[in-house]
Design a protein around this ligand. Sequence first.
Ligand code: GLA
Length: 383
Amino acid sequence: MTNNQFTADFQQLFGHPAQGLSVAPGRVNLIGEFTDYNLGYVLPCALNFSTQVLFKTRDDKQVVVYSNNYPGEQDSFSIDNDIAQGDSQWGNYIRAVVYVLKKRGYALGGIELLISSDVPQGAGLSSSAALEVSIAGAFNQAFNLRIDTKTIALIGQQAENEFMHCQCGIMDQLISAQAEAGHALKIDCDDLSTEKVLIPEDLNLVIVNSNYPRKLVESEYNQRRLDCEGAAQKMQVSSLRQANLALLEQTKAVLTENEYKRAFHVLSENQRVVDTVTALANNSMDDLRDLLAASHQSLRDNFEVTVPATDGLVDIISRALEGKGAVRMTGGGFGGAVICLCRDDEIAVVKAAVEREYQPKFDLHADIFVCQAGTGLAVNTVS
Ligand code: GLA
């Protein structure tokens, strides 16, 4: 959809032009999975898929929202009332952000919002973080709240934790708020400090969405988090960031098998993030391949968040690449997408192998996207 069409849609719905446009991207995580809520390291980059929000303040206290992704639907509520769950799931993300902004004491007024997103949904590419961050960005600008990008990310995470009841970490919202083009961001989730990591120009980000129907994602996700917290508690550390593999082995006898396996994944994955930063600096495909393969194996065997469809995609792609690329599942697991890092010549090889082997084996169609690392939240006035 062209921007012109989008602004015309706003004009048609509300009878006047928008005053601003807030844009926030989805993300792909290169490595560092399920480490964020254990205060470890992650290495995501933003995608050039994003959620766009056109907005204009109102004279009353109503929030009125439409989405081009859900034609004919609308959500509206008064910011003066307690913010409760509404009828639509997508509308609840807007309510969640408003709920947190109010809770934090920001002075808000009524606003008109029109949303449009091309972030694939249910693919583990953070369409919900893109929505939360773009909405927070719109309110920030519309009501001159002066919220910095780190706080915008924290507001998005709090919206997930307290209103959507998903106990996610900070990775998705922080990369969506702070990404820089051409770079991944190494985030230290302990103090939220970040380091820009250049993605070599000849390295392609190929994302393959399994389209596996994700089920029980939130309950399983929250259970993994509880396992990790249980392990930390028994190791007598405040988070797994304070633990190490030696301590884990010493404490093994008092941990449940799941607690041990989850903690083993997290501790080894943190080291793989550090090593991947070096591998990217050296543009070493051999190292990237080994690190991503080890990450996937650990997510499959220790964290147990892969499904046959994502294991199958990783297997199909790594066999086709014959060592000339790196691949693993990415994001929250239980389906979703795999990320493949490879040179130009290998893109066609990956596409051909997926098209040839995936559908017959899993009876699902995979979507393949070749992406660039995009920029984070941008809010501008509309002239
Ligand atoms: C989801 C969550 C993130 C992170 C990943 C797994 O995307 O939203 O906070 O925990 O899963 O790495």
